[in-house]
Design a protein. Structure first.
Length: 310
């Protein structure tokens, strides 16, 4: 959304569409040479492309494209918002408040926090992030995301965070934290092979309805653990499928540089997704429940092995 806000200001864009990597990969969303694509794989064509994921860059090269000839910019920054900001700030005068907004996007996207208390601190960026996670349906979520893009475009971050709609959803998020902690406690375990209990597994595939949690709250229950892995069933049109997603975040209580674990590289090596040093994710397709259970067990062991040898 920070990328969209900067593009909207710089190019006068008013039409914002939200999509995931799958929609781009399967061409289920129409993209023309008049469109700007941010924080997603490169489509068949577009007017400008901005991204910062190493996996998307590798895919682009495998498809025979020269990244230097693609209009827009790719750079290994903490957030796509940073890539977009540096591209347009070198071409025009941007509002000064974009600088603090982009810093917040860097911290949230790359999960760069000093410790768990730093992560829990109430900041404008944290408030907006939590508020947007709180919205239930895709339709309601997209509506709030669009309003937030223009709030971020036209206002400093703290003004956007103080807007009634953001404040309302953020307060709802805070009211759900106790329930989230109970779900995490029920769904968490460590693999038998993980003798040092370094990776918390939060397995949500047991739930028929999609549970709402923020997985990083697990570090409050297991403060000595170094990372949390969340396994979540994928839903299509509200119906639970056998496919699942996996996401992993490094604990803010550990020094990501010192332990030299790159979570994005682990996802890329397993060929299921992409990400950053401190946070990454991917998806796995399954044809049956039995296959899902088998693949889930195999994947968790592979993640632990990659973590141990990284």
């Amino acid at each position: 959304m920070v990328s969209a806000a900067i593009c909207s200001f710089s190019l006068g864009i008013g039409d914002i569409v939200f999509a995931g990597p799958t929609a781009i990969g399967r061409n289920t969303i129409t993209v023309s040479d008049r469109d700007v694509v941010c924080d997603l794989p490169y489509p068949l064509r577009c007017g400008l492309w901005f991204d910062h994921h190493p996996g998307n860059l590798e895919e682009l090269r495998l498809r025979g494209y020269d990244p230097g000839r693609v209009p827009g910019r790719f750079d290994l920054k903490d957030s796509c918002g940073r890539v977009v900001f540096e591209y347009f700030s070198s071409r025009m005068q941007l509002p000064s408040y974009f600088e603090s907004t982009v810093r917040a996007a860097d911290t949230i996207d790359a999960f760069r926090y000093r410790d768990i208390n730093d992560w829990r601190r109430e900041t404008p960026g944290k408030m907006i992030d939590c508020a947007l996670k709180m919205v239930g349906s895709k339709r309601d979520g997209d509506a709030l995301r669009k309003r937030s893009v223009f709030l971020l475009r036209d206002n400093p971050l703290e003004v956007a965070a103080a807007s009634p709609e953001i404040r309302q959803e953020y307060e709802a998020y805070k009211g759900q934290e106790e329930k989230m902690m109970a779900i995490i406690h029920e769904a968490s375990y460590f693999l038998p092979e993980d003798h040092g209990q370094e990776l918390i597994v939060v397995d949500l595939t047991q739930y028929r309805k999609r549970p709402f949690i923020t997985k990083n709250l697990a570090f409050l229950l297991y403060p000595s653990s170094q990372a949390v892995v969340e396994i979540r069933s994928l839903y299509r049109q509200g119906v639970k499928t056998n496919d699942f997603s996996v996401s992993i975040s490094l604990s803010p209580n550990v020094d990501s540089v010192a332990i030299r674990k790159d979570l994005g590289e682990i996802m890329r090596d397993l060929n299921i997704g992409d990400g950053h040093r401190g946070a990454a994710g991917g998806t796995v397709g399954c044809r049956s429940k039995d296959e899902m259970i088998r693949k889930k067990g195999e994947l968790l062991k592979k993640i632990l092995l990659s973590w141990k040898v990284a």
